[in-house]
Ligand binder design. Structure first.
Ligand SMILES: [Zn+2]
Length: 319
């Protein structure tokens, strides 16, 4: 993959390119932004760009260096990532030792620390020393979706580059062109994943599309009370269901307001939605959307979910 293949992150890439062109892309950087939007992918492509052996158009994606980085087998690329609750000092000691050597094969050693907000205080202190010594042949990229949890000392030694979720339409195009996802499905998962490519790619192989239609058929068309359908679901699943339910009513609202179908999330069910636009007034739709968003809030605050869903069902169908 080349820089030009990365869609939707023009702003951070322009900043990074400017640093690389001035040959001053070394030391510590923090890539900050929501989970699953491609921060780590960009970090790996930077490692390729800095170490690619092609004369022009780096990274070429096909030289030995690019291929080794792609397979995570390059001796100058080190990634710290694990499922442990903390990144510990042992992980950083290894980084410290490696950073003191010159690159083995490439031009620059690249260290990527994923979920850097999980550095424990000892590990953060140890990393701070590496950053202060700032070895010229090394680049340290910290990836995080919780910038507020990064130690201030680390923050003061790094440049922060912010990444945003992709626009829904950009993500939809990527899913259609690069992942060959059907257009109607791509529209829905782009919305559902809130512009996060990583999540959207996972969702494309899931049953979320069938599930959202099941929710629609079950509640909006048949009008069964919510609690009977949602029994036994986890809070996270309930939250997902409520978000889907809200998206249905959002679409009904937009269709009723005469907004073009380009804005619709549930493009695959446009005909069913059109049948419903006369069933609800704008005031009723406003009330329903408010009730659903309040329910999501209560759910997150541990209110009894069975009671909550029963009340939501009663409110929806009296509308
Ligand atoms: Zn290359």
């Amino acid at each position: 993959m080349r820089f030009s293949d990365i869609l939707g992150h023009e702003k951070p890439l322009n900043i990074i390119n400017a640093y690389i062109e001035k040959s001053c892309f070394s030391g510590g950087y923090i890539f900050s932004g929501p989970e699953g939007i491609g921060k780590k992918t960009v970090a790996k492509i930077i490692a390729q760009k800095l170490n690619c052996t092609a004369q022009i158009d780096r990274p070429c994606g096909s030289c030995s260096s690019c291929l080794k980085i792609e397979k995570l087998r390059h001796p100058d690329l080190h990634i710290i990532e694990n499922d442990a609750s903390q990144i510990k000092i042992e992980d950083i000691r290894n980084l410290q030792r490696e950073a003191s050597f010159r690159p083995y094969e490439g031009v620059m050693k690249v260290f990527i620390i994923d979920d850097a907000h999980r550095l424990n205080p000892e590990a953060a202190n140890s990393l701070l020393k590496v950053l202060e010594e700032s070895p010229g042949g090394s680049l340290i990229i910290l990836i995080t979706h919780k910038l507020q949890n990064i130690f201030k000392t680390i923050l003061s030694r790094c440049k922060v580059i912010r990444f945003s979720p992709l626009a829904i339409t950009v993500l939809e195009d990527i899913l259609i062109k690069d992942y060959l996802v059907d257009r109607l499905f791509a529209r829905f998962i782009s919305f559902y994943a809130e512009g996060r490519l990583g999540l959207a790619v996972k969702l494309k192989d899931s049953k979320v599309f069938e599930e959202k239609n099941r929710i629609f058929d079950s509640f909006v068309l048949s009008g069964k009370p919510l609690d009977r359908n949602f029994t036994g679901q986890s809070r996270e699943q309930l939250r997902g269901c409520l978000n889907i339910l809200a998206s249905w009513f959002r679409d009904i609202y937009l269709l009723k307001a005469g907004i073009s179908d380009r804005e619709l999330i549930h493009l695959d069910r446009e005909n069913d939605l059109l049948k419903l636009i006369h069933e609800f007034s704008f005031k009723q739709l406003d009330g329903i959307l408010t009730t659903i968003s309040e329910s999501i809030f209560y759910l997150e605050n541990n209110i009894n979910s069975k009671l909550l869903l029963h009340n939501l069902g009663v409110q929806l169908w009296k509308a």
